[in-house]
Write a protein that binds this ligand. Structure first.
Ligand code: MF3
Ligand code: CO
Length: 251
């Protein structure tokens, strides 16, 4: 069942989204060679606590951390850990923030120091693919239009789109209907309606789209070991167009 949100609910989710966006902005300077993803986790926990918010991922289906931190060939759901990030790594930090009972979800790939041309290009294409998807999230369009916009752009640039993980509706819980694949056919799927709040979060790989699961049963990584990046926003679909609730202004 797809639940639509009122203007007031969307405003409240936007407050959570603005706080989440400010976390990613803080992380831009916090993340550098020598920092660990466990330190990122602790930084985020303290920051949310200071701002009267909590992380919704911790405890969700047994997940034990506030953040996911996915490094290089890890696609998503990497665990925060004690090894130091190295110059040239890329790390995707994903979190769901709860503020005054309302949620927002956003992932962002951050560079660690100076990165390769290959990594920079992947990040650019991944971010643009997110915005192509958002542009397609118009009232009256269909879910397939979002995936089609992302896939045709990313594949056209020579990259691949992960199939196993999708965007999703978000409201009282992290994952609600509808599910939003980042690939697909234009004109297919459910119609997008005013008041729907969804995430769009394409995971884009340099090599093949296939993923494999680590022994921890959470972390997915590319089968071919190629780099993967991800940008995710929570958006409201409105008659005035898609409204990004987790916008970082300058991004
Ligand atoms: N934020 C993730 C998403 O975009 C949710 C991760 S599941 C969790 O769907 F268990 F790690 F929280
Ligand atoms: Co997320």
């Amino acid at each position: 069942m797809i639940k639509r949100k009122s203007k007031r609910e969307i405003e409240k989710m936007k407050e959570a989204g603005e706080l989440l966006a400010s976390v990613h902005k803080e992380l831009r300077s916090f993340i550098k060679p020598g920092v660990t993803t466990m330190e990122i986790e602790q930084f985020v926990e303290r920051y949310l606590d200071k701002h009267g918010a909590t992380g919704e991922q911790k405890g969700y289906q047994g997940y034990e951390y506030t953040t996911c931190a996915s490094i290089n060939d890890e696609i998503c759901h990497g665990f925060p850990r004690k090894e130091k990030l190295e110059e040239g790594d890329i790390v995707t930090v994903d979190m769901v923030v709860k503020l005054n009972g309302f949620l927002a979800d956003s992932a962002w790939t951050h560079p660690v120091g100076e990165i390769s041309e290959e990594a920079r290009k992947l990040m650019d294409v991944s971010k643009t693919s997110l915005y192509r998807g958002i542009e397609a999230a118009q009232v009256g369009n269909r879910i397939g239009d979002i995936g089609h916009a992302i896939q045709s752009y990313a594949e056209g640039e020579g990259y691949s789109v992960v199939r196993e993980f999708t965007g999703h509706g978000i409201g009282e819980t992290i994952h609600e209907d509808p599910y939003i694949p980042h690939f697909g056919e234009a004109g297919k799927g459910a119609r997008l309606k005013d008041g729907m709040v969804i995430t769009i979060e394409p995971m884009i790989n340099v090599g093949d789209w296939q993923s494999k699961m680590d022994d921890n049963q959470w972390t997915a990584r590319t089968v071919d070991g190629s780099l993967s990046a991800q940008y995710e926003h929570t958006i409201a679909i409105t008659k005035e167009g898609p409204f990004i609730l987790t916008a970082q202004e300058d991004e």
